[in-house]
Design a protein around this ligand. Structure first.
Ligand code: URA
Length: 278
């Protein structure tokens, strides 16, 4: 019977290989820790190495994506389950283009009176990874594209920090119209608008959804739980794995949260790598 010793021997062998490589590079001390924040997520105050950083100054710390082998994992990432075939809603059109056309003429809530443009999606409808935000802001309302303002620029960096391209993911929001002054969506707006998002998810069929912020996480999961309670876990939205992390706007307001967001992103990266039903 397999008592796990074979796996331990394999892990030890891998560790010896890695240590030998680091010693050959001249590194004399190695500390086990989560991978450092990539430059995109590093707050200026965190950029300088702490005095106690136990790394040989001549050997720069590897950044995720800049080393040939897979970087060390920040947190255990369970493999993704087999992809599911979500059934699209029968009360909405069956193609993304048709759903977008419907959204463009939507008058189900008063936000249609104040919007400049509806904001449907960005990226590819063949994406394995889908990001869901809250609602368009001013820039998005003007351009008709989600996440193009400051928070959007940070989201792009976050995507690139896990070695993906913005054009290869799918990005959408819970609300398709901008709430005045960027206020938090109210429940009646979410109730009217979320069927469009549900249809987007059913038609894109991503392997993994990342809910950015509480509005997205709570809206999709139907919970009132805090971000502290939601982070670090994997939920399911109609059979599709879903993880929650901080909204990029929250990271801009509070750069101290970037460390946690980076841990979440590394888990996302690992889930996609390991789960990997292509
Ligand atoms: N914030 C969001 O939640 N969505 C956007 O599209 C832009 C900012």
């Amino acid at each position: 019977m397999d008592d796990g010793r074979g796996e331990l021997v394999a892990i030890a062998g891998e560790a010896v290989t890695l240590l030998t490589r680091e010693l050959a590079r001249g590194r004399r001390r190695i500390e086990l820790s989560a991978a450092p924040l990539p430059p995109a997520l590093a707050a200026p105050a965190l950029a300088a190495p702490a005095a106690s950083t136990p790394v040989d100054a001549a050997t720069p710390l590897a950044l995720p994506g800049f080393e040939p082998p897979a970087p060390p994992r920040a947190a255990a990432a369970a493999p993704l389950p087999a992809p599911v075939r979500l059934a699209p809603r029968s009360d909405l059109p069956g193609t993304l283009a048709e759903v977008k056309a419907l959204v463009d003429t939507c008058r189900l809530c008063p936000l249609c009176e104040t919007r400049t443009r509806t904001v449907f999606s960005d990226g590819t409808d063949k994406a394995r990874l889908m990001f869901v935000g809250e609602a368009p802001g001013r820039d998005e309302d003007l351009q008709g594209v989600p996440f193009v303002g400051r928070a959007g620029q940070l989201l792009t960096k976050m995507i690139e920090a896990i070695q993906m391209k913005r054009g290869n993911v799918y990005i959408a929001n819970v609300l398709k119209c901008r709430p005045p002054e960027n206020r938090t969506p109210i429940p009646t707006e979410v109730e009217k608008c979320i069927p469009y998002l549900e249809q987007q998810i059913a038609l894109v069929r991503p392997d993994l959804i990342v809910a950015l912020g509480l509005s997205a996480a709570q809206g999709l999961l139907g919970t009132k739980a805090s971000m502290g309670a939601l982070r670090g876990r994997t939920f399911e939205y109609k059979g599709v794995p879903l993880v929650a992390t901080y909204h990029p706007a929250a990271l801009l307001r509070n750069p101290g949260l970037k460390k946690d967001a980076w841990v979440d992103l590394q888990r996302v990266r690992d889930m996609l790598r390991e789960g990997a039903p292509a």
